[in-house]
Design a protein around this ligand. Sequence first.
Ligand SMILES: NC(=O)C1=CN([C@@H]2O[C@H](COP(=O)(O)OP(=O)(O)OC[C@H]3O[C@@H](n4cnc5c(N)ncnc54)[C@H](OP(=O)(O)O)[C@@H]3O)[C@@H](O)[C@H]2O)C=CC1
Ligand SMILES: [Fe+3]
Length: 460
Amino acid sequence: MSLRPLGMEPPPERELLCIFGTGDLGRSLGQRLLQTGYRVVYGSRRPHSCGPLPPGAQVMSHTEAAQLAAVVIVCVHREHYDFMEEVAPQLKGKVLVDVSNNSKKGLYPESNAEFLQSLIPAASVVKAFNTVSAWSLQNGPSDAHRQVFLCGDKAEAKQAVRELATRLGLSVLDRGSLSAAREVEDFPLQLFPEWRLPLCIATGLTAFFFFYLLIRDVIYAYVEQDKDISFRIMVSLANKVFPIVSLIMLSLCYLPGVMAAILQLYRGTKYRRFPDWLDHWMLCRKQLGLLALGFAFLHVLYTLLIPIRYYVRYKVTAHTVISKQTAVFDTTSAWRTDSYFSVGILGFALYVLLGITSLPSVSNALSWREFSFVQSKLGHLTLLLCTLHTYLYGWNKFLRPSTYKWCTPPGYMLCLVVPSVVLVLKLLMVLPCVDRSLGRIRQGWERTGPEGEGTKPLMA
Ligand SMILES: NC(=O)C1=CN([C@@H]2O[C@H](COP(=O)(O)OP(=O)(O)OC[C@H]3O[C@@H](n4cnc5c(N)ncnc54)[C@H](OP(=O)(O)O)[C@@H]3O)[C@@H](O)[C@H]2O)C=CC1
Ligand SMILES: [Fe+3]
């Protein structure tokens, strides 16, 4: 009995397809095609010794197999395409599907598909299936592997491949002519594309603040006080850099939202596209937030470590030995430090909650309203708590001239700039008059300019 995917119509008259190459992809694709109701014939260099093939498939030489089908799927690496020239007479007028990928970018002057087309000019080459994998064809594709990018110069050939992909349960995205094949062939080489910008930001901020604090703390002490406190790099410095980067990145998650709102208010409509950079920024907010959460985790772990540090234990012992009489208890300090810790812990708890709700399995279980409540309302509350935590950390240190070593502000002060700006702007956004305008714009209302020269409402 065939295991045809649910809801898929079988191909008319059990169409015969030809696959060149009996390797990993050839076999997996053949098996899926057979399950979907196609007949499959393989073209192989060694039809009698090519190893196990999906039951029901035939195997013969390339020349014989090519004659039988109108569509030939070439599951062979580009390096071996030269054998195709021998089969050229049998491939005349056929649809050739190029599934190949490269192991590196820019390996060849032209795309594999265009190269194949130049070898067999009498056939119609279509680029497809290079983003699926042999593994996902056998185990059921995940969302990332369900998309097939299609390009080719002949409309009928493309249509034939589109139908084929659709019957296999894959979703097809048309990328245009065969000249787009180069771009399509590079897709599988991309490594975590949506993480690239957040990772660059995280690395840049970490490097900047590490060197900034290294100069202010370690090098300053060495030059001005002749003290070697370089050991502080490992924990003290790290535990300043991590929360700083975390807070800035968290605020960068919420900055584009506020900017988008300002842009909508300024334009008086929601029907105009945001600039590309803003779109791109908004799309990587989840990754920015998850990285920020990672840095916050590091900050928590490093903070828990403080009491068992040699340096801290030494200080405590020395202090207890020297001060015979107990120090005066300062209620303000007690309030400040307790609030600082408490706000930090609450902020972190919400931070973790935000991280959990961004997991697809959790966010899929939420309604849109629930999701936006958590990510927007609780998100801004998290930012508020974490910013407050940093203000409490600084407290009145900004009044002391000794804080500004070599006339530079301390790291925590620098890192408060973006979150404070975001929070103030957000506060302005929730003022009743602004909130009302924004609400109307988001429901489709458009501002008409002075003397009727403004935009007209768009038909939805
Ligand atoms: N594996 C995957 O998940 C994916 C692979 N692809 C692409 O599919 C193509 C095939 O990949 P894959 O199946 O993994 O590779 P394999 O190495 O597993 O198989 C390649 C097949 O090509 C044939 N072949 C090898 N050398 C020659 C030659 N000199 N002349 C003619 N035919 C030859 C062989 O079949 P025979 O012995 O029968 O002639 C061989 O089994 C590649 O271009 C790859 O980039 C694309 C997406 C995913
Ligand atoms: Fe902290």
